[in-house]
Unconditional design. Structure first.
Length: 303
């Protein structure tokens, strides 16, 4: 652990405090020492018999990760407790809010863990530090609740403010994970902004085998082409919306294509995400065949 800390400190280098913190956070993603913890934890979380609940925890019914929404309960309760801790006569209310925050961490943690287990190595390493910060906050707030329960409100307030500091650190790492490392973001969202309007030729229909996935490009955007039968073709953005996995290397079955990286399943007819960790559908293209037998595709409404 000392070696890891020294490496990250060295990576931070010189510059302003903000720059050094940012470089240190970037270095977390390359800290392979954390894999000794991350790998077995990932296997354990992926092995949980969650069934259909796993998709709910990912936030698939919402169309975006559920974890950020559930985090609002404990963070809001603890922030409110901190405000009440400086208001005379609010000890009881602050005591209740501290408890609400500790209990409210549980559902947020469940969603965070299932998302974490389906991320890239760099994101998982950073995520472990996020988890450690949250665990520290929970321990401090648990101790704060216990102290308040014994009538030691001054100690409870001190522990509460320490817990809020840990929550701030967890939020900073979580923001880095979500926005700089793009964990949980829709990786296919830029496609409509990168594809030029109009029809684009993907090749002669004879190049495509029925039931097989083939990779082509439209400008700089890779797409996957699946020939359903002699007349029907499906074209979707190739990079999975969950983590940019290549759908053209995935399995085609039952009218769907499965991402080979994390198992997200997309319906070929409309790109809808029907299973797996992906919370956003794949951009789907309209197809036609020209007079020379060439397959052409364009985005809907981009004629």
């Amino acid at each position: 652990m000392a070696t890891l800390v020294s490496r990250i400190t060295a990576a931070a280098g010189q510059g302003s405090i903000g720059t050094r913190v940012l470089k240190a956070l970037d270095a977390l993603g390359d800290a392979e020492e954390l894999d000794v913890v991350a790998v077995p934890l990932q296997r354990a979380v992926q092995g949980l018999p969650l069934g259909r609940l796993r998709g709910v925890l990912h936030g698939r019914p919402l169309g975006h990760p559920l974890h950020p929404a559930l985090v609002q309960l404990p963070v809001g309760a603890w922030l409110s407790a901190a405000v009440l801790d400086v208001v005379p006569g609010s000890e009881r209310a602050a005591h209740v809010l501290v408890a609400v925050g500790v209990v409210g961490v549980a559902p947020a943690a469940w969603t965070g863990w299932v998302d974490w287990a389906e991320q890239h190595e760099q994101q998982m390493r950073t995520g472990l530090v996020h988890v450690a910060s949250v665990a520290t906050a929970v321990a401090l707030y648990g101790a704060s609740w216990a102290a308040r329960s014994r009538g030691r409100h001054r100690l409870g307030r001190v522990l509460g403010f320490a817990g809020l500091t840990a929550v701030g650190g967890a939020a900073a790492v979580g923001g880095h994970l979500a926005h700089r490392q793009s964990a949980g973001a829709n990786k296919a969202e830029p496609v409509p902004h990168l594809v030029e309007p109009g029809w684009h030729t993907l090749g002669h229909v004879g190049e495509f085998t029925v039931g097989a996935a083939a990779r082509r490009t439209i400008g700089e955007v890779p797409v996957v082409v699946v020939r359903e039968d002699e007349e029907v073709f499906h074209v979707l953005a190739d990079r999975c919306s969950h983590a940019s996995g290549p759908l053209s290397e995935g399995k085609v079955a039952d009218g769907c294509v499965t991402c080979p990286w994390h198992g997200s399943v997309f319906r070929l007819s409309d790109g809808w995400n029907v299973d797996g960790p992906a919370t956003a559908p794949q951009p789907v293209f309209v197809t036609r065949t020209d007079g020379d037998g060439n397959l052409e595709a364009r985005l809907p409404g981009a004629g």
